[in-house]
Design a protein around this ligand. Structure first.
Ligand code: N2P
Length: 393
């Protein structure tokens, strides 16, 4: 079994996400006193780490189902070996594609134009998809690794009893900035960096995600309101703040475009997902993540099976595989997002990653994070109106 604890953690993560070459990794590891046997282990295809492969009747059922799987995930949200290893072990050809955000995913599933077997909506979109009859129930007997998941992510109000969804990674949405461009701005550590300094000092260099409720939540939190307030005048006030800032905003970025804009130093301040900024920092150390004193939002993404999925059994085998602790840990190690798999965090996630509060926030920081709720019917028209004003969509 790999002893990830003795590895030069951050370098290993850089290697795995392709930021440094194997040669550079070996050089750095030897300099750090890591033995050649350990280096060979991490450089080897990690399928060798699994002593117990899938059972024969499972493989047979997968074959009968067609030996194919359509997986549709967010950008930069998986380890490069995860899919090839699954394909090899389970004899499946995976057709892998990505989507840029929750709204787009919802629209795609609703249109029924494409068929997918496993997709990854955030927790607060699961009730919407269930209500629109877009999801197939999951057979939990086919997913024994459910028991490895941290209990607080299971059986939530978003999907009682996990009838439709299995938690994946989780994270926070808050502030990112470029240290070179913001210097010693007095508003560092607060959303005021965006909402006060933004228009004065960083006009044209402000970025937001393209997630409607996340953007409105950032303004609500800065104003001292709950991210999930049902008070229409509070939501309107947040909308006004955002509309006032809009002329200074460079973009509302979908997928990993904001991360790229940060790496290229096109942005000074951003409303961003933590993992994207952690991995941007690995590529350009001037990029920093911050959970402001006012707080930020939290979410956990899930794996669900669309109602019209052609390979439901294979989808369940895949979801179970994704929760092998080794697989879940490798995903966390390269994406900069926290896994919901407790066994992975305890055993295989690199210590430097597990102890990085930008990925796994401390208990104290967690108190400043408010998990997003599903937008209710009573406030949706106001959300839509604000979003229309901000993005024209
Ligand atoms: C990784 C995906 C971010 C997930 N780029 C946001 N829910």
């Amino acid at each position: 079994m790999k002893d990830h604890h003795s590895l030069p953690d951050e370098d290993a993560a850089l290697l795995l996400c392709g930021s440094i070459t194997r040669r550079e990794f070996v050089k750095r590891s030897l300099a750090a006193g890591v033995g050649i046997a350990v280096i060979a282990d991490i450089c080897a295809p990690y399928s060798t780490a699994f002593a117990n492969g899938p059972e024969l009747d499972l493989l047979e059922r997968i074959k009968q189902e067609g030996g194919e799987l359509f997986v549709h995930n967010w950008d930069d949200y998986i380890h490069p070996d995860t899919i090839p290893t699954f394909e090899r072990e389970f004899g499946v050809k995976v057709r892998y594609s990505t989507f840029p955000g929750n709204e787009q995913l919802l629209a795609e599933l609703g249109s029924g134009e494409q068929t997918y077997d496993v997709v990854f909506p955030s927790h607060h979109y699961v009730p919407v998809m269930i209500a629109q009859n877009l999801l197939a129930p999951v057979n939990r007997d086919h997913i024994p690794n459910l028991r490895k998941i941290i209990p607080k992510f299971l059986n939530t109000g978003f999907d009682p009893g996990n009838q439709y969804s299995v938690p994946y990674c989780w994270g926070m949405t808050a502030l990112a900035y470029n240290t070179r461009l913001v210097g010693k701005d007095p508003n560092l550590g607060s959303w005021a960096l965006m909402f006060e300094s933004g228009s004065k000092s960083y006009s044209g260099k402000l970025g937001f995600t393209d997630e409607r409720e996340e953007v409105i939540a950032a303004a609500l939190i800065y104003l001292g309101y709950s991210a999930n307030t049902q008070n229409i005048s509070e939501i309107r006030e947040a909308g006004k703040l955002l509309t006032g800032l809009k002329p200074h905003v460079r973009g509302f970025y979908t997928g990993d475009d904001e991360k790229t804009a940060f790496i290229n130093e096109e942005l000074a301040v951003g409303h961003s997902w933590n993992g994207d900024i952690v991995t941007a920092h690995w590529k350009n150390p001037t990029i920093r993540w911050n959970l402001p004193k006012e707080g930020g939002t939290g979410w956990f993404d899930t794996m669900v099976i669309p109602r019209n999925a052609p390979h439901k059994f294979t989808a369940e085998a895949f979801i179970n595989y994704m929760h092998r602790p080794e697989v879940a840990a490798d995903i966390s190690n390269v994406t900069g997002y926290a896994t919901s798999n407790g066994a992975a965090v305890d055993t295989y996630v690199f210590r430097k990653i597990a102890k990085n509060p930008a990925i796994y926030p401390t208990e104290k920081e967690l108190q400043r994070i408010e998990f997003l709720g599903t937008v209710t019917d009573s406030v949706r028209p106001v959300y839509d109106e604000i979003w229309q004003r901000l993005t024209g969509s």
